[in-house]
Design a protein around this ligand. Structure first.
Ligand SMILES: Cc1cc2nc3c(=O)[nH]c(=O)nc-3n(C[C@H](O)[C@H](O)[C@H](O)COP(=O)(O)OP(=O)(O)OC[C@H]3O[C@@H](n4cnc5c(N)ncnc54)[C@H](O)[C@@H]3O)c2cc1C
Length: 338
């Protein structure tokens, strides 16, 4: 087994944090997962499973073992008249996989083009964009229970998918390593252009509705709206949209008529964290190399040499000001790794 020592992690996290880890292991098969979990190095050290590194923030050097999930492969496992079932290695890059499916004439993933990260992480927070969530196309998630060192497969229902949520963020948080994900994709294009921005972009580009063109439109919108981690370090949305009681929301509407929120169930309302942060005047703010993106108040950025501590300190000031102004607590969506 190839455990590497003292490995720099800057290229493995989109926030661009310049930290190291004590031990690093590049996992490329399920067999290797089982071997590593039985090793002395795994038993003696704390561990972190790392995929694309686009949803985490390192606040210091990692004193333990990083397991980099690099399990590759796309396998057709069955086919029906209208659908195809693909079992995909967790370490495949998400966007490359989306482009691969489009080239093969398959639809279902085009609205989620250009989301950073890997395939194996997609079910954890049920990634989604432009009216589509990955739960709509996942049939099974396979992996290994870390403590029992036992393989498992959960079907879609067992994953308890919800908005940016699943069993892997709750009962099974930090208890599994996901190794493969099975998708059911359509051979006959079924498009979702309910999200107005896509239709507008297609019109602007003079393109008809097709799987490939929707992907092109989504890529163009995202490139315009979101900072590219290759240019400015970031982890996408830093905070979750807070859920408050609809009674509190209605009260807030008296003093802030433009507050942005959507019912999350019949008693609660999900409020736009970006709007709250923007109203507190944070958009475009910069403190040394830690900042709030100029177009997206929800995205915290590293202009070059910010430390995890500086990003956290900025995030706490933002949390306090939102609480002072609106009486709402906002919490990080990004995984903070200390
Ligand atoms: C610019 C930008 C835009 C984004 N836009 C969106 C968007 O539109 N929609 C959206 O939903 N998300 C978005 N995100 C968030 C991010 O892309 C997703 O959360 C993505 O799924 C993270 O994947 P990753 O492979 O990078 O995960 P990592 O950051 O590597 O890991 C995230 C967490 O999952 C754990 N983990 C990783 N791999 C495994 C595994 N195989 N088994 C078990 N646990 C594991 C890690 O320990 C960590 O706690 C965006 C991020 C960025 C930087």
């Amino acid at each position: 087994m190839k455990f590497q020592k003292n490995i720099p992690l800057k290229e493995f996290n989109t926030f661009g944090m310049d930290v190291n880890c004590d031990l690093f292991y590049n996992i490329s098969s399920v067999k290797e997962v089982l071997l590593v979990l039985k090793s002395e190095e795994y038993k003696k050290n704390k561990h972190l499973i790392l995929s694309g590194g686009s949803n985490l923030l390192f606040t210091s050097n990692f004193k333990g073992l990083i397991l980099k999930n690099n399990i590759k492969g796309i396998e057709i496992i069955s086919e029906e008249e209208d659908y195809i079932y693909l079992k995909v290695g967790a370490g495949e890059n998400w966007h490359d996989f989306v482009l691969w499916t489009i080239k093969k004439g398959l639809s279902g993933l085009e609205n989620m083009s250009l989301i950073p990260g890997n395939v194996g992480t997609s079910p954890i927070q049920n990634i989604g964009a432009y009216g589509v969530e990955v739960k709509d196309v996942i049939t099974e998630v396979s992996g290994v229970y870390l403590e029992e060192i036992k393989e498992f497969t959960l079907n879609n229902k067992e994953c308890n998918f919800d908005y940016r949520d699943s069993i892997f963020k709750n009962n099974l948080k930090n208890k599994t390593i996901i190794t493969k994900v099975t998708f059911k994709l359509s051979k006959n294009a079924q498009h979702n252009t309910k999200y107005g921005a896509i239709s507008e972009e297609l019109k602007d580009l003079g393109l008809e509705v097709s799987t490939e063109n929707i992907s092109k439109a989504v890529i163009r919108i995202r490139e315009r709206k979101l900072p590219n981690p290759a240019e400015i370090g970031n982890s996408g949305s830093f905070f979750k949209n807070p859920i408050i009681s609809t009674t509190q929301f209605t009260e807030l509407q008296q003093s802030h008529p433009n507050i942005v929120g959507y019912p999350s169930d019949n008693k609660n309302t999900k409020v736009s964290a970006g709007w709250l942060i923007d109203q507190c005047g944070w958009k475009g703010y910069r403190e040394k190399d830690a900042g709030v993106h100029k177009n997206q108040a929800l995205v915290l950025v590293n202009y070059g040499n910010a430390s995890g501590g500086e990003i956290i300190s900025l995030s706490q000031k933002i949390q306090s000001s939102v609480n002072d102004k609106f009486g709402i607590q906002i919490h990080p969506e990004v995984n903070i790794i200390g």
